[in-house]
Design a protein around this ligand. Structure first.
Ligand SMILES: N[C@@H](CCC[C@H](N)C(=O)O)C(=O)O
Length: 291
């Protein structure tokens, strides 16, 4: 029996404190189960991460497909930090040496561009306010700007989809709102598939500050898709001008629109460490007590 039979290699990356494990589908032996994702992401029983990126087989020149999972085991259509991390991993591991290439996730294909300062830009698609795209359950509620009833009163929000659902909260709230209201809004009955939530805590002419509550992961220190959602919503309200620097607890990304509507985010992604996890533990029954 070789080490590859008993251990599964992984790499751990971070983008502004939003951390992901990167695994290979071939090494794992197929798609991850929700139980396996929860175990691997568990910070006490597993390796610990906000989510997992599982690389899928690809033609040499791409597009390079990736499955994206949240730490609660759910699959996610698109992740801004996830795609930046995956692109960085493709370069770090020598899968490609190119500066521009396409990656592919459930929400579609995104172009990636590396810059001289070691940052990278990733295309995030076009924001949609269509109720069906967001998964709104009440036909009386339009996508875009509306009021959202919560335990803290009716909030001024913008709901939109970037391939995944987002609710940007513009109401003035106490600093701990992300902890008090994040889960409530993320699981609000208005959203058929749940929603990621961004609390806007500061606005400048070309910058925003947000706190993030992710669907499927809870509060995170940063989120690329959330930064894009918040910037897009603030641009639509005329509150900021592009490019918009979006500051989060763990770091910042820059968001801009190309061709008037295509959302791009720019930031960095870093490898933290590489390791191997016991295959029997990660895939077998020895996961008692994990979330
Ligand atoms: N961390 C991500 C966002 C992940 C998506 C989300 N949790 C979902 O379920 O849609 C990012 O950086 O964009």
């Amino acid at each position: 029996m070789t080490a590859a039979d008993t251990r599964i290699d992984f790499q751990k990356y971070t983008a502004g404190g939003n951390d992901y494990l990167v695994l290979d589908e071939e090494t794992w032996g197929g798609p991850l189960t929700p139980d396996a994702v929860r175990l691997l992401c568990d910070r006490r029983f597993g390796i610990g991460a906000d989510g997992i990126l599982q690389r899928r087989p690809a033609p040499p020149d791409g597009p390079y497909p990736v499955r994206i999972y949240n730490s609660d085991g759910s699959a996610c259509e698109r992740s801004g930090n996830g795609l930046r991390i995956f692109a960085q991993w493709l370069r770090d591991t020598g899968v490609t040496a190119r500066d521009r290439f396409p990656v592919h996730c459930r929400a579609g294909t995104s172009a990636v561009e590396f810059h001289d300062d070691a940052s990278l830009s990733v295309e995030m698609g076009t924001a949609s306010h269509r109720p069906d795209d967001i998964g709104l359950t009440d036909p009386a509620v339009p996508g875009g700007r509306h009021r959202l009833p919560t335990s803290a009163g009716d909030l001024d929000v913008t709901t939109l989809s970037l391939g995944n659902p987002h609710t940007v909260v513009f109401s003035d709230l106490p600093p701990d709102a992300v902890h008090r209201l994040g889960h409530e809004i993320a699981t609000h009955p208005l959203f058929r598939h749940g929603t990621n939530v961004q609390f806007v805590t500061g606005i400048a002419p070309d910058a925003l500050a947000i706190e993030v509550w992710e669907r499927g992961a809870g509060r995170t220190l940063a989120s690329g898709a959330s930064a894009c959602a918040a910037a897009t919503a603030a641009l639509a309200r005329g509150l900021v001008r592009a490019p918009v620097t979006v500051r989060m607890a763990g770091g910042e990304v820059t968001v801009l629109l190309r061709d008037g509507a295509v959302v791009w985010q720019r930031g960095s992604a870093h490898r933290v460490f590489a390791g191997a996890i016991d295959r029997a533990y990660a895939t077998g029954d020895a996961k008692e007590g994990a979330r």
